[in-house]
Ligand binder design. Structure first.
Ligand SMILES: [Zn+2]
Length: 81
């Protein structure tokens, strides 16, 4: 019986790690929280918004608005980057 509890919490921790990774959160923090609080730790993680990766954005050289780093043309003013 105890074995299933260990396996169950291990699966939950893997799920938490996967979810934390997807949301750009600290994987180990959420795995430990899941280990301590079980399924309840997954609820705030599931509800939380994805953390923005700042490396994915840059400022437009013409208008200064924030655009995707991979953008060739500014979505705000249309200037080529
Ligand atoms: Zn622009």
């Amino acid at each position: 019986m105890d074995g299933w509890v260990v396996i169950g919490s291990f699966i939950l921790m893997c799920g938490a790690g996967f979810l934390a990774n997807y949301k750009n959160r600290r994987i180990w923090l959420w795995m430990v929280l899941t280990f301590l609080f079980g399924f309840f730790a997954l609820i705030p993680l599931a509800v939380m918004k994805k953390v923005r990766d700042e490396a994915d954005f840059k400022k437009c050289s013409a208008c200064g608005e924030e655009i995707l780093a991979v953008a060739k043309v500014c979505k705000h003013c249309g200037t080529a980057q």
